[in-house]
Design a protein around this ligand. Structure first.
Ligand SMILES: C[S@@+](CC[C@H](N)C(=O)[O-])C[C@H]1O[C@@H](n2cnc3c(N)ncnc32)[C@H](O)[C@@H]1O
Length: 289
């Protein structure tokens, strides 16, 4: 029998079509992420270091490991290696301007009257998104920690959550943070890195949550950022996510989505546009007498 042919350009480890299909299937089952057939080189380059670290000889051995019951931990590492974690402070700045002008003033009034405010960064990666939300809030309410305000920051990738909770960033990544906020809410540079202040970190709670799994939270959110994640899902999964998110949005809340995304499926009817990639719930229709 002929040996199976490798399907990638580089050749330290053999990866067959069968290996690629098995890995793509596991990523879909674990995270809902859809990998097209032309992503073999990407899978190879992201996972080759895992094979090296584990002392494995080829991708078939790796597949056997991650498919076995004892490979559950490595399956998480595989998902983490294959997710795209690109993010930055104040990404899509018009979202933060809208938040500051249209949403936060009313929320701040509410928390000053003793009520709660809940915000959610779903798929928060290494924390730049929830901290941009926190900094926008702190720019209006520097003593925000005194009030009942919580920013929930969730992601599937435990490494990203740990980075977010530490809140330490290369100084070069802070360019987009407006200057007064940067000097007030970040430590002085040390070894080319700066840490976000405790007051900002205290506002944000990092938790692991798989968007295609169970969502344990109860109650609604005044603000939901779900940006640049559903693009990795197939259309029906995207529709399901939007249908689960919209009931969690408070009646006067706001949903921010990624620049190349749109709310699709049944959820769309319950929302109205309030700017580019910004949605608000449609007012509930009154019962006719
Ligand atoms: C490109 S980043 C977007 C980060 C941030 N929202 C932004 O727009 O800058 C996508 C994030 O989605 C996360 N992710 C992918 N699949 C997920 C899933 N099924 N559940 C939760 N998070 C997921 C990845 O780990 C990654 O951190």
């Amino acid at each position: 029998m002929k040996p199976s042919a490798g399907i990638t350009e580089t050749g330290e480890f053999l990866m067959t079509q069968r290996d690629f299909t098995a890995i793509a299937g596991m990523l879909m089952a674990e995270a809902g992420i859809s990998l097209s057939g032309n992503k073999a080189n990407l899978v190879y380059s992201r996972l080759a270091k895992r094979l090296r670290l584990l002392g494995l000889g080829n991708f078939s051995e790796y597949c056997r490991l991650v498919e076995s019951p004892t490979g559950a931990g490595e399956r998480q590492n595989m998902v983490a290696a294959l997710t795209t974690n690109v993010t930055r402070f104040y990404r899509e700045p018009h979202h933060f301007e809208h938040l500051k002008t249209n949403i936060l003033p009313e929320l701040i009034n509410r928390v000053k009257q003793g009520r709660a405010a809940r915000l959610w960064s779903a798929a928060c990666s290494s924390g730049q998104e929830p901290y941009s939300i926190a900094l926008t809030l702190l720019s209006l309410l520097p003593d925000a920690v005194k009030y009942d305000i919580r920013i929930l920051a969730t992601d599937i990738d435990a490494n990203m959550l740990a980075a977010g909770a530490a809140g330490i960033y290369e100084t070069s990544l802070l360019d987009a943070v407006p200057n007064p906020l940067r000097s007030r809410w970040f430590s002085s540079p040390r070894d080319g890195r700066q840490q976000i202040a405790d007051e900002a970190r205290a506002l944000v709670k990092f938790r692991r949550l798989n968007l295609i799994g169970n969502w344990p939270m109860r109650g609604t959110f005044d603000v939901i950022f779900c940006r640049n994640v559903v693009i990795y899902f197939e259309n029906d999964t995207q529709e399901k996510i939007w249908s689960r998110i919209t009931p969690l949005l408070a009646p006067d809340g706001a949903l921010y989505i990624g620049h190349s995304e749109r709310v699709s499926g049944p959820a769309e009817a319950g929302l109205r546009s309030d700017g580019i990639t910004i949605y608000r719930p449609r007012a509930a229709r009154r019962e006719q007498p």
